[in-house]
Design a protein around this ligand. Sequence first.
Ligand SMILES: Cc1cc2nc3c(=O)[nH]c(=O)nc-3n(C[C@H](O)[C@H](O)[C@H](O)COP(=O)(O)OP(=O)(O)OC[C@H]3O[C@@H](n4cnc5c(N)ncnc54)[C@H](O)[C@@H]3O)c2cc1C
Length: 383
Amino acid sequence: MHDAIVVGAGPVGNYIAYRLAKFGYKVLVLERRPKVGETACCTGIIGKECFNRFPIVNNGVLTEHSSAKFFSPSGKCLRLSKDTVQACVVDRPVFDRALAQKAQEEGTEYLFSARVKDISLRNNCVKAKVERKGETTDFEGRMAVISSGFGPALPQRLGLGKIPDFVLGAQAEVKVRDLEEVEVYFGQGIAPGFFGWLVPTSNGEALAGLLSRRSPGSYLKNLLDSLLARGKITPNETRIVYGGIPLKPLTRTYTERVIVVGDAAGQVKPTTGGGIYYGLLCADIAAEVIHDAIIADDLSAKRLARYERGWKEKLSKELEIGYWARKTYERLNDRQIENVFDIIKENNIHESILQSPDFSFDWHGHSILRALKNEPLAKIFSR
Ligand SMILES: Cc1cc2nc3c(=O)[nH]c(=O)nc-3n(C[C@H](O)[C@H](O)[C@H](O)COP(=O)(O)OP(=O)(O)OC[C@H]3O[C@@H](n4cnc5c(N)ncnc54)[C@H](O)[C@@H]3O)c2cc1C
């Protein structure tokens, strides 16, 4: 029997598998795809803080960024720039594969094309029902980590509910001319309630994408047409890929012998939809709690509740402020968004945020609260 069964070989599953295997546990990762990182729909932007905190994930870096341009619905530009690198863009398949390799080097076993259909509790273990090549097999573990990304199936089957709010993302690889900085586009006609992006990845290539609650593919086609018309991208065949992004966490992320982590638990920045760093932070907390629980031979829900207390202590405030800002932004019309840009520019709010000691690519709560000290801005956001 394995000590831990990890469902999903995304960054979070690979990382927690690595941590648990390094403690000396027998770990099995079950991944429904035939390979690691095969179909990840992700832009791969990761803050520098994440690489400093988790040197082991420093793989597959394509570009580094210290600035970004933000465009209002009418095309006004706000450029935010620091003199040090703030974030990197990684090649997600390479990033994921490198992490899986580290987990394998610590002894983790991987089984691919293995879709977990169900996790159920037994007396002294969990049973994972796995569909593989048309056959169903059961695997037993002392406990299970659900790191299966966005999608309610497994947590819901365990009575942990489902993600209360989410958004859809659409993205395509494009060819660009002279694009060096990340560009972000706002406007209800571009990406209603959210934003679109153009992110340089490697020589002459970029990822164009957006988030939207409805028809992300149609909005992305419009964005691509507009980028083409403005000469930002060059004509090319594009394939649009889609993914869901949780905006709020599961209300409960553990039960007896089971922990839910990463996108599956909704541990994602609600402001941007970035989930890699927060997922890794929570995986770290989960690994420590699991280690202590196995040593104490106590994998009860009461014991594993420490995991949820730990990650909530770290992220709750940030998630709450971010979600509030996200929902408030969703209600603004284009005129109000223009107004926000004007107020920020006229009052140099972006500069004061960038210069403040609490500015962070990954933690937005302080910056949001700082911006709202400006009365006209606070007024728009309190309507
Ligand atoms: C368009 C878009 C752009 C994004 N850009 C960024 C970004 O720039 N930066 C950032 O930080 N985040 C970004 N994200 C979010 C990021 O992709 C996720 O937060 C991250 O992938 C979560 O990692 P994870 O390991 O929790 O889940 P995932 O990466 O989704 O991995 C889950 C794994 O579980 C497997 N799986 C699922 N169900 C089962 C099952 N039943 N049995 C076996 N295996 C299963 C899947 O095949 C997958 O391999 C973006 C998301 C989208 C949609």
